[in-house]
Write a protein that binds this ligand. Structure first.
Ligand SMILES: [Zn+2]
Length: 195
């Protein structure tokens, strides 16, 4: 991933892929490298359960990073305006609305290195905004793959399960959960109930 270590006058990097593909680990790896180089790094994540506090971006391998939690009702403009940072990292970007795309463009235009991590597909396998639009705007994209829990091949899909059964296509798009509700699957093993 040498391309993303290039220093520029402002750009957008997107780290995407399915759940369990290591996106947050990769985000943390990049922000650790930037901090070692003495760069000022600020990390943001969305509030997905109505809390408003400083929290941590954590990955399954134990790495952690203190993050500013952006509340659902908070004006993203005010959060990102006059940011004093060289590097701005945003985890779980799929929980932000589409206004994140314009904000990231402004930050990159203003000279910031913007690193965004998030899933690019819904549990139905459809594009999940705002990440696909961020990918279109980005200079660098890395799409990571997990391993399909059914067949062991590279996985890019988020399999939602309800009581162990594939979720119906009519289910709400956002349903926050972990391994109890989701599996990484390849396109051939990914199932969405219809009818
Ligand atoms: Zn599979």
């Amino acid at each position: 991933m040498a391309s993303t270590e290039v220093q520029t006058d402002g750009h957008i990097e997107v780290i995407t892929g399915s759940m369990f593909s290591g996106k947050t680990e990769e985000l943390i790896r990049r922000i650790e490298r930037a901090e070692i180089a003495g760069q000022d790094v600020k990390v943001f994540k969305p509030s997905i359960d109505d809390r408003y506090s400083e929290e941590e971006v954590g990955s399954h391998n134990g790495s952690k990073w203190k993050a500013y939690v952006v509340d659902q009702d908070e004006d993203i403009d005010s959060v990102f305006s006059n940011l004093e940072a060289d590097v701005i990292a945003i985890d779980e970007a799929n929980f932000f609305d589409k206004s994140l795309v314009e904000r990231c463009q402004q930050l990159a235009d203003g000279g910031k290195r913007v690193i965004v991590s998030g899933i690019d597909q819904t549990f139905r396998g459809e594009p999940f905004e705002p990440v696909p639009s961020l990918m279109a705007s980005a200079e660098y994209i890395d799409k990571l793959r997990a391993i399909c829990t059914e067949c062991g091949k590279p996985a890019t899909k988020n399999q939602r399960l309800i009581n162990g059964e594939p979720a119906h296509a009519d289910a709400p798009t956002v349903d926050v959960g972990g391994k109890e509700k989701y599996q990484a699957r390849c396109r051939h093993c990914h199932e969405v109930k219809t009818g």
